[in-house]
Write a protein that binds this ligand. Structure first.
Ligand SMILES: [Zn+2]
Length: 463
């Protein structure tokens, strides 16, 4: 037997198992998993002794090349996917945004063009629905058939992205019928808008008020409503970027009743807090994203949510805007600060550090959170998200003991600051393979923009 590549003697970690093995790769897929694979004729041999070999990370929440509030997120599909690869992510799911009054198809086509010949790793799309007429309702079924098997709706941002309960209920019913999954931005946008207007009228315009005008109760209420609407529609629901204990409790209650309710959180809610908004001058703007940062005590609740499967996924909500000129658009008014933060590059390292080294969960649970559960929920499994014969050879060779300090001076995202500046992580991807080809080798990018492929996802099938 001849392999294109053999990874030798690594510690293979999947969501369920840990064992030492070689992995043989042929034609971009995993062809053999066994000790003592023949290496004489192999095209390439990678020694992984003492290192972990894990399925490539799957980031199901990114916003590359996304227009927002008169500007555009700074990473496009080239720089964003390269930064993702540095961090051990080999597939991402971005969002194609429907323009009101237009078709969903147009959104999908627009985002496919943005990614074309740029992406260095595989990608897929959710579709954001901003307006759901009879025609778009019809389109949902067609898109699911073409591999866009999830949709995102907003309960926040009135007048821009927010949809009403009737629209949410219709979308959920349709998703249930065709095997789609609805992702929900759960915050009570109506109430928040009133609180924001009051703050502005009182002259409270600094970045910190972005967080103070979006209470955790607003997230808890919307999470509970989203779950209730899904239950009525007989549909699964996936809460995006869950940030606080109020919302976590709603998801736990639903899951205790065996409802197909799922939720993700993001590293910023696990590592940062409201205290970061007190940064000197206008620097708090670096942490303006939605939902906002919360009081510090929520962090441990979220970590425990990850450990106990109240939360199933860690994504990044990567949406980078430079501090200079972009965040600065809101110098005199926090509502003009583009919402979003950069994070696509450090998800695996941050979660491994806090989760595994922090003693909160096992390396297997880590793999489940960053790769396997996202693959299962979003129709990528078993092609991606695990190490098995026939799966794509999207692999991360990870040094669990290497340390690194996160800094804008050394990161690869196209943005002039880091949310995690100065944070020390332990556990760093050394070599990253996409379809069996090295993208990152010993910390250097060796892939190619445009080599990433669009992945047609399967229908929702539970976890
Ligand atoms: Zn987002």
């Amino acid at each position: 037997m001849r392999f294109d590549t053999v990874i030798r003697n690594g510690t293979v970690v999947t969501a369920t198992d840990t064992y030492i093995s070689d992995i043989g790769i042929s034609g971009g897929r995993i062809a053999a998993i066994a000790l003592g694979l023949p290496i004489e004729n192999a095209g390439k041999v990678i020694d992984a002794t003492g290192l972990l070999v894990m399925p490539g990370g799957i980031d199901v929440h990114t916003h590359l090349d996304m227009p927002f509030g008169g500007t555009t997120s700074t990473d496009d599909f080239e720089t964003g996917t390269i930064a993702a690869a540095f961090g051990g992510t080999t597939t991402l799911i971005d969002f194609a945004i429907q323009t009101k009054g237009h078709s969903l198809r147009q959104a999908f086509d627009t985002w496919m063009k943005k990614a074309d010949r740029k992406a260095a790793i595989d990608y897929a799309f959710h579709c954001i629905i901003t307006d759901l007429g009879a025609a778009q309702l019809e389109e949902m079924g067609a898109l699911i058939g073409e591999g866009v098997s999830s949709f995102k709706l907003f309960m926040a941002y009135p007048g821009v992205l927010m949809v009403d309960d009737a629209t949410i209920f219709r979308a959920m019913s349709q998703a249930a019928k065709f095997g789609g999954l609805i992702c929900m931005h759960a915050e009570n946008g109506g109430a928040i808008d009133v609180i924001v207007q009051k703050a502005l009228a009182e002259g409270k315009k600094s970045p910190k008020y972005h967080a103070l005008t979006r209470p955790t109760t607003a997230e808890g209420e919307a999470t509970s409503r989203a779950i209730a609407l899904a239950e009525m529609a007989g549909a699964p629901v996936y809460i995006v970027h869950l940030s606080c204990n109020d919302a976590l409790e709603k998801v736990r209650e639903a899951r205790d009743r065996d409802l197909p309710a799922y939720a993700e959180t993001c590293p910023q809610y696990l590592y940062l807090s409201l205290d970061n908004m007190d940064a000197p001058g206008f620097e708090g703007a670096k942490y303006v994203f939605t939902p906002p940062l919360r009081e510090k005590w929520h962090q441990e609740k979220l970590w425990q949510g990850l450990a106990h499967d109240t939360l199933q996924v860690v994504s990044t909500d990567h949406c980078p805007f430079c501090f200079k000129e972009q965040k600065e658009m809101g110098r005199d008014d926090f509502t003009k600060i583009p919402n979003g933060g950069p994070g696509i590059e450090h998800r695996l390292s941050l979660i491994y550090t806090g989760g595994v080294h922090g003693g909160r969960f096992s390396p297997n649970r880590f793999v489940q959170l960053v790769a396997t559960a996202p693959a299962k929920l979003f129709g990528l499994f078993p092609r991606k998200g695990t190490i098995a014969i026939g799966s794509d050879a999207d692999l991360v060779i990870f040094d669990p003991n290497q340390e690194q300090t996160i800094s804008a001076a050394t990161h690869h995202m196209r943005v002039d600051y880091s949310m995690f500046e100065g944070i020390r992580v332990k556990g760093v991807p050394k070599t990253v393979l996409s379809h069996g080809r090295p993208v990152i080798e010993n910390g250097i990018f060796v892939g190619k923009a445009g080599s990433g492929e669009f992945v047609r996802r399967q229908r929702y099938a539970g976890i």
